[in-house]
Write a protein that binds this ligand. Structure first.
Ligand SMILES: [Zn+2]
Ligand SMILES: [Zn+2]
Ligand SMILES: [Zn+2]
Length: 236
């Protein structure tokens, strides 16, 4: 893998507080989240997003968590969090982070139908069943594309021409990498995004107002301007 031509991650001083404040967040992840996780070669502790596609969709379940906010994208759970329940803090590898940054940097999404996926003939039951792990068979297998904003099957995707790939390397216009930023949308979000004139934050807000628990993906926030992951790589 070529290292991304991005500014180096902002120095994160871990527990050195910059006047940490206590606040309440709604989250399905375990904090503090690592955004540049390097998985060991032996496969023992993989990136949770790479390892299991349902992790980014559902996370560990939505919680209202009191956190210490260090003002640098890093939260320490104080009460109500997943770490206290025995979960390991969430860990995202650089590639998964760069995929999200690539979507954020798309100049203007151009949303088209995904070839081969029609709402009318789609087996929704099979798709939702595929989210449920089968005991003894490892992580669930992805059998269809999923929305980048909510935990529903995707039928649309961005096809806007890109000048760089997710590693920020220049791509030829004729290359496959040049087509689309990676944003995928379900039928509902595709409708909302048109109404919101492309404002993903508004779509996510509407989704969460409709359904607090399952309205948005666990990691949807990492596509929004100024999010913790983006700040970690690029700064605010
Ligand atoms: Zn990953
Ligand atoms: Zn796009
Ligand atoms: Zn959606």
């Amino acid at each position: 893998m070529t290292l991304p031509a991005l500014p180096s991650p902002a120095a994160i001083d871990g527990e050195h507080p910059r006047n940490p404040s206590t606040r309440i967040i709604h989250t399905s992840l375990a904090h503090p989240v690592t955004f540049d996780y390097e998985p060991p070669k032996d496969g023992s502790h993989p990136c949770q997003w790479c390892h299991n596609f349902t992790y980014g969709l559902l996370g560990l379940g939505k919680r209202t968590v009191e956190v210490l906010d260090f003002g640098n994208g890093r939260y320490i759970e104080v009460s109500g969090g997943h770490v206290a329940e025995g979960h390991e803090p969430s860990r995202m590898c650089v590639v998964c982070a760069l995929e999200r940054i690539h979507i954020m940097r798309c100049a203007a999404h151009r949303i088209v139908h995904l070839a081969g996926y029609q709402v009318d003939s789609f087996n929704f039951a099979a798709a939702y069943n595929s989210l449920v792990p089968i005991p003894g068979q490892g992580p669930p297998k992805k059998i269809n594309p999923w929305c980048s904003l909510c935990p529903n099957p995707a039928f649309f995707g961005c096809s806007a021409l890109q000048t760089v790939n997710k590693f920020q390397e220049p791509v030829n216009a004729s290359s496959r990498d040049a087509i689309g930023c990676g944003l995928l949308l379900c039928e509902r979000c595709e409708g909302l995004i048109h109404a919101a004139r492309g404002d993903l934050a508004q779509v996510i807000m509407e989704n969460e107002q409709r359904d607090f628990t399952f309205g948005s993906r666990a990691d949807a926030t990492y596509l929004l301007p100024g999010n913790d992951m983006y700040q970690f790589y690029i700064g605010s």
